[in-house]
Design a protein around this ligand. Sequence first.
Ligand code: SF4
Ligand code: SF4
Length: 427
Amino acid sequence: MLKIEEHKEPQHNLPCENFINPKRLYLPLSQHTGKPSLVCIKPQDIVEQGQVIATEDGYISSRLHSPKKAKIIGIDDWYHPVLKRAKCIIAEPIEEEERKFTPKSKIDNLDKETLLKIIKDSGIVGMGGAAFPSHVKLNPPKKIETLIVNGCECEPYLASDYRLMVENFDAIFRGIEIVCKIIEPKNVVFSVEENKQEAIKKLHLAVSLKKYNLPNLSLAILKTAYPQGGEKQLIYSLLKREVPSGRLPLDVGCLVHNVGTFFAIYEAVYLDKPLIERVVTFAGDALVSPKNIRLKIGTILRELFDKKILEFKTAPLKIICGGPMMGIALDSLDYPILKGTGGFLFLSKDVLLGTERPCIRCGACVRECPVSLMPTLIDLTSRRELWKESALYGATDCIECGVCNYVCPTNRMLLQSIKRAKLEIPR
Ligand code: SF4
Ligand code: SF4
């Protein structure tokens, strides 16, 4: 793993602001791993805040809820950070006031099946980026021995998980209790990197209170390294267990969930609040000041600049959805915040890549790949469209961490080339 520049300040120390009244919402039907949601409203409908507007399509899918009381304007193609354009429900909020989500004091009467149903019905997906439907992940075919709470947030610049841990640690622990009731692990390991000092203090406090009903809870403070937050890397760092190629964490008795997912599960179960908002970090040297903002899913970047919630100091040369290592370059401010979006960067220079030159066979990408691939060879086969050979070199095991791009002295666009191979390899 690599020690890379963190760029976490001042974001780590900026309390979350709120932006809850966008004038338009753009809600793609594909915000999760699996089949897109199925629209269950029509243009001109008036929908309540939290009302289902698209249902899941099959088991590996998720539903969508209206983030505000709103009028449905249309269902049309719109900007999507991953798919570039995708079908989207467009809605115009008609009421600024928020619905009251009243907390339940007790949830002891809710059994495992009921809890799973609430999580599914609330549209909860992994908040760390992959957006895998949580009700599927929480219903594994094998016994889970260790539940790992992922508070590592190892991507440079991003601080949304950190702020959640500092500001909402009790809710996160309540979410962990719910998950423990569902999967009944033997141990819980809360992992966080050592650069998250304020959060670590809060977590020590939470553990010392002994008020949470969690089996063998331990706190693991890890050295800051990239890509420590990747599931397989985290399992190895904590337990020295290797997840074999093509297998899942559950094959080594583990389940990893991001802290944001536990928070969303808490809100779904205790408040009856579906997943309609999230915390997002906005950072980069092209901004007057970075911010952490809790906002409605479906809010577009442009609105934050129009309303002067964010301001440019200088025109950005690069806009990135996510962090600089795994993020996706955007060509417009019209992209919406999705369920799995942890941050956006606005950079005055291209920190991702310089001019690409031929490979000099230095071997750096091979040495540093955290899953022991040969990125240079996958790149070569991908550029020649030799998909069978890309598969033989293990392209599908790539975790898309971007380390190979980062270390390459000739700026080879290895990750982009490997991603293409992953898409093209016949399944
Ligand atoms: S090949 Fe994939 S896993 Fe390996 S360094 Fe590159 S992006 Fe990361
Ligand atoms: S790091 Fe870049 S130059 Fe070095 S072997 Fe890999 S692709 Fe070639």
